[in-house]
Design a protein around this ligand. Structure first.
Ligand SMILES: [Ca+2]
Ligand SMILES: [Ca+2]
Ligand SMILES: [Ca+2]
Length: 378
């Protein structure tokens, strides 16, 4: 367990290193444009004009834009003189390509066929880099600013290395402590975890909300929200991350998955979940607010539920700003800090694979050895 004071110090140290030495380098470059081809044979076929480089992407959660790189301008097209012909107009310019990670490449249109005044086509315009919540070639920033301490992970929200707690490998458990787990894929074996409060201003929150579009999925990245997501607002954000040994399958496993970030949200004991025997290692014991990223392997659907426990041990879904970014082997939980008023905040992460919760087909991991203590403090 890392004390809040130590964590703050480490984040600050890492932050100053990042800002002073490396910061984050924009890599979400605009696309390159290729110049149009010159006009065909004509009296005076003019050369094509080079395209305009795209705009580099920006890191939305830095205080300013990352030093990003625009795409290269296209070269001028060649013009070819030659036989005269009827009047012909130049070809269409290339379409502007906008967005897309790293910018798309646009190619200038070909020049018109030569004529008395055949003119060349214009070069296309490079695509613009898209705003993404990370700065490096990798969403983890680690390629531009390696986290040298093995206990550090890259916090993609602010492109910094942060001190993370380690979880042993292959330390699977069952919710009944005397049972042996029977389903133990590497994508539920937690290896690191961390939680922190990150203060974001209005502009940063706007960028974050623009990026965290509910339902977005691309490659190994996915954004999952509750049914009626509340907006993230400027101020303190709570960010939790659990980091698995293997990439998390986006689809198609033979089992369901639940990744959770659970806290004693108010620091008050009466509403904290009390386990029901024989589930002495109930993953949620001792907490009252549960964020669960769920993959249903029958419906092939991801969902996010936010559940509050009451003083009478009743559970109900509650409105929340929570959003989950599933990226590769990591699960990021992001919500307004106001939903977790306890000071300090304590909780746990868990990961769970199961087929109908059957003891013959289930396995779990929690931050730390077992759920008896809340190992996440922030
Ligand atoms: Ca583990
Ligand atoms: Ca509580
Ligand atoms: Ca563990």
């Amino acid at each position: 367990m890392t004390s809040t004071r130590r964590r703050l110090r480490e984040i600050l140290v890492c932050s100053s290193l990042a800002l002073g030495a490396v910061a984050c380098s924009g890599s979400d470059s605009g696309g390159n444009a290729t110049g149009g081809t010159g006009g065909g044979p004509g009296m005076a076929g003019a050369a094509g004009t080079g395209g305009t480089g795209g705009t580099g992407g920006m890191c939305p959660l830095q205080s300013g834009m990352c030093p990003s790189t625009g795409g290269s301008g296209g070269g001028a097209g060649m013009a070819t003189g030659g036989m005269a012909g009827m009047t012909a107009t130049g070809g269409m310019a290339g379409m502007t390509a906008t967005g897309g990670m790293g910018g798309m490449m646009a190619t200038g249109g070909a020049g018109g066929m030569g004529g008395m005044s055949g003119s060349a086509g214009m070069g296309g315009m490079g695509g613009n880099g898209s705003a993404v919540p990370w700065c490096g070639p990798s969403p983890e920033c680690t390629l531009t600013m390696p986290c040298t301490d093995p206990n550090e992970v890259c916090n993609i929200l602010d492109c910094q290395c942060v001190a993370a707690d380690s979880d042993p490998l292959a330390d699977f458990i069952d919710s009944v402590s005397s049972n042996s787990p029977t389903l133990t894929p590497g994508h539920i074996d937690m290896r690191h975890f961390f939680a922190a409060i990150v203060a974001l201003n209005v502009a940063q929150i706007a960028q974050l909300n623009a990026f965290l579009q509910c339902g977005t999925s691309s490659g190994n990245m996915r954004v999952v929200c509750p049914m009626n997501p509340q907006p993230l607002v400027a101020g303190d954000l709570a960010v939790g991350m659990s980091y698995m040994e293997q990439p998390i399958p986006q689809m198609g496993t033979q089992h369901s998955l639940i990744y959770s970030f659970i806290t004693d949200s108010d620091g008050l004991v009466p509403n904290n979940w009390v386990f029901v025997p024989p589930f002495d290692w109930d993953l949620f014991r001792g907490t009252d607010l549960w964020l669960q990223l769920i993959y249903n392997h029958v419906l092939l659907q991801w969902s996010l539920s936010v559940t509050q426990v009451s003083n009478t041990q009743m559970t109900s879904d509650v409105p929340s700003s929570a959003k989950v970014l599933l990226y590769g082997d990591k699960v990021y939980f992001i919500l307004n800090g106001s939903e977790l008023p306890a000071m300090p905040r304590r909780g746990n992460f868990s990961s769970f694979a199961h087929v109908n919760f059957n003891p013959a087909n289930r396995g779990a991991d929690v931050s730390g050895a077992n759920p008896e203590t809340l190992n996440v403090m922030f």
